[in-house]
Design a protein around this ligand. Structure first.
Ligand SMILES: Nc1nc2c(ncn2[C@@H]2O[C@H](COP(=O)(O)OP(=O)(O)OP(=O)(O)O)[C@@H](O)[C@H]2O)c(=O)[nH]1
Ligand SMILES: [Mg+2]
Length: 230
């Protein structure tokens, strides 16, 4: 297996994070980076206790946390980066499903699709499911690739990820990566992943303001991508 680094953006996830770190398959992962995103709880301490490398990004922002994790990897680049949320909604033990196609050189970017996988009832509220579908439909119409989800669990070849020059500091991060992967002609694959109710309090999809904010941000990333293409 190639050298694999995991980046986990985490904001106030002291309860969920130990479970995520516990469930990561040790035989396929070389480095675990937890980006402590201005947490007001013991997120950093529980990550360290579980043996993860902890990087601090005090300013909130999902994309900003991911970018900080990538900057941390620059000194010793891995071959593959796996992104995973810290709320224990994803199943870290499914990591190999995403890493396999890249390791076998059959893909550069593997998206874990919750739409194709098994979802626990209530794990994704209706508006999140329909919102994701709408964004995927727009990407299909405007950029010509048929994604089924915008899920957080995803693996990507490090060298190809650098080519994407990612810059979104918020919840546009996943959409930006998916659009740029199409644009840059990465070999894209989706695999079904399971999804369950998060541990701890929802910050995004469980609140109206969080959902609207994330939705508008995604639409803005799509608009910006169109403008940049001229
Ligand atoms: N909300 C939020 N989450 C962040 C931030 N930085 C990192 N995260 C992490 O990003 C992941 C996604 O956040 P979630 O709150 O799970 O968002 P979601 O999955 O869309 O929706 P819920 O699980 O319903 O809250 C979690 O691991 C957070 O800890 C940030 O600035 N804001
Ligand atoms: Mg979540």
């Amino acid at each position: 297996m190639s050298k694999v680094a995991v980046i986990i953006p985490a904001r106030d996830e002291e309860k969920a994070l130990p479970l995520v770190l516990r469930d990561l398959p040790p035989n396929v992962i070389d480095r675990v980076i937890v980006v402590d995103n201005g947490s007001r709880d013991r997120t950093a301490a529980v990550a360290r206790a579980a043996g993860a490398e902890v990087v601090s990004e005090p300013r909130p922002g999902y994309g900003r946390a991911c970018l900080k994790g990538l900057a941390h990897l620059r000194a010793q680049p891995p071959e593959i980066v796996l992104f995973l949320d810290a709320d224990h909604s994803d199943y870290p033990e499914e990591a190999s499903l995403l890493l396999g196609p890249i390791d076998h050189d059959a893909a550069d970017f593997v998206l874990g699709s919750r739409a194709l996988g098994r979802r626990e009832k209530g794990a994704m509220p209706g508006h999140a499911r329909y919102g994701n579908r709408l964004i995927c439909l727009l990407i299909r119409i405007l950029f010509g690739h048929r994604y089924t989800d915008l899920g957080p669990m995803r693996a990507i070849r490090y060298s190809r990820l650098l080519e994407l020059e990612m810059r979104d500091i918020g919840y546009g991060w996943t959409v930006e990566m998916q659009i740029k992967a199409v644009r840059n002609r990465l070999r894209i694959r989706e695999v079904p992943v399971s999804y369950r109710r998060r541990v701890g309090k929802s910050k995004v999809s469980g609140t109206i303001s969080g959902s609207l904010g994330a939705g508008f941000k995604m639409l803005w990333v799509i608009a910006r991508s169109l403008l940049l293409s001229g």
